[in-house]
Design a protein around this ligand. Structure first.
Ligand code: SF4
Ligand code: SF4
Length: 342
């Protein structure tokens, strides 16, 4: 599997700028990247960046991170992308989240959008205002940034309001966790700058719009469970630590952290009892605040042999220990050996 493109240099460059910028991201192979910047917004510096790899695999958290770093909007130039549909799918829920309430024609910030059609032909000549195209793998940084000087006016800390650093470290910093962290930082910014703004007086972006977040589906799934046996296989499978099995006196309680769910579906695949199903996609507003959903309460007892909590079926032993007691030499011989002994 190829390594996802690293936007670290682009993010560092964006943080180092004195004023917000508009960024258009194109893949390394894009034949003719152009920024779709309207002339009315020409006062804002606009830049095309060739990312070092495919836009269909760029980490979602890194793209939203550019808005946290101070980009006024980020446009994905997919018109030259060989995997255009995959890239569109990958970012569909995010571009929907950042679509202004009044439609794409409204000017709000921050914005995250995708362009799928090439710009109209200009007869081969670039307009005088054509933006600079830079290599995302080697962005130039000001000397003071390289020497470690910090601009106190720019905040880039990306912790969600409900997560501690320990929790983020614990979940391994998956792209979903990092994405929520970046979105939470944007949500925490002064809501007044989210209002429809004059494009000639830009400031750092806030948002996304809470009304859009409440109406738009995010990546996560709201699960339901029936016939759960409290085996906790799903808990161990979930890469986001979104599922927990809480053991109470006489019961196992399966719970889902809705905000942590990335919608990968691994739990659905792994459940040996096929107990899990999807109620619906979680809305972004449900993913951007901590929320625990109880999925199942299973009466349990402690296995008299191994001590594990096991569904209470009126027996002293769990299923594994009951099998081992009934079949102390219960391993199955390979067919050729079994055949030779017959
Ligand atoms: S779909 Fe299931 S396994 Fe995947 S993150 Fe959500 S709860 Fe975890
Ligand atoms: S949902 Fe399935 S995998 Fe998860 S604890 Fe219940 S039975 Fe086990």
């Amino acid at each position: 599997m190829s390594t996802p493109p690293d936007l670290g240099a682009v993010r560092a460059w964006t943080r180092a700028q004195a004023a917000p910028v508009r960024l258009a991201l194109a893949c390394a192979e894009h034949p003719d990247p152009r920024s779709p910047r309207p002339e009315s917004e020409a006062s804002v510096r606009s830049l095309v960046v060739r990312v070092p790899g495919c836009l269909a695999t760029v980490p979602r958290s890194e793209v939203v991170g550019l808005l946290v770093d101070g980009a006024l909007d980020v446009v994905l130039l997919l018109d030259g992308c060989e995997r255009r549909d995959a890239a569109l799918d990958r970012f569909a829920d995010l571009t929907a989240l950042f679509t202004p309430a009044g439609g794409p024609g409204r000017v709000t910030s921050p914005r995250l959008s995708a362009v799928v059609e090439p710009p109209p032909s200009d007869g081969g000549s670039l307009p005088a205002s054509a933006p600079v195209v830079m290599n995302g793998a080697s962005m130039p940084l000001p000397r003071r940034t390289m020497l470690g000087a910090h601009d106190p006016g720019r905040t880039t800390t990306a912790l969600p309001p409900h997560a501690t650093e320990a929790e983020i470290a614990e979940d391994g910093g998956t792209d979903h966790a990092d994405l929520l962290a970046a979105l939470s930082v944007l949500m925490e910014r002064d809501a007044s700058v989210l209002m429809e703004r004059d494009a000639h007086t830009p400031g750092p972006g806030a948002g996304p719009d809470p009304a859009i977040a409440a109406a738009t589906a995010g990546p996560g799934l709201l699960l339901r469970a029936s016939r759960c046996t409290a085996c906790a296989v799903c808990v161990r499978t979930c890469p986001e630590a979104a599922l927990t099995m809480r053991i109470e006196t006489g019961a196992g309680v399966l719970e889902q952290r809705v905000d942590a769910c990335s919608g990968c579906g691994a739990c659905l695949e792994s459940c040996p009892a096929e107990a899990l199903s999807v109620r619906r996609r979680a809305r972004w507003s449900e993913q951007l605040r901590p929320q625990v959903l109880p999925l199942a309460v299973v009466e349990t007892r402690v296995c008299a042999r191994c001590g594990a909590h096991t569904p209470d079926r009126g027996a002293d032993l769990c299923e594994v220990c009951a099998y081992r007691r009934a079949n102390p030499f219960g391993s199955i011989l390979p067919a050729e050996i079994a055949g030779a002994r017959a």
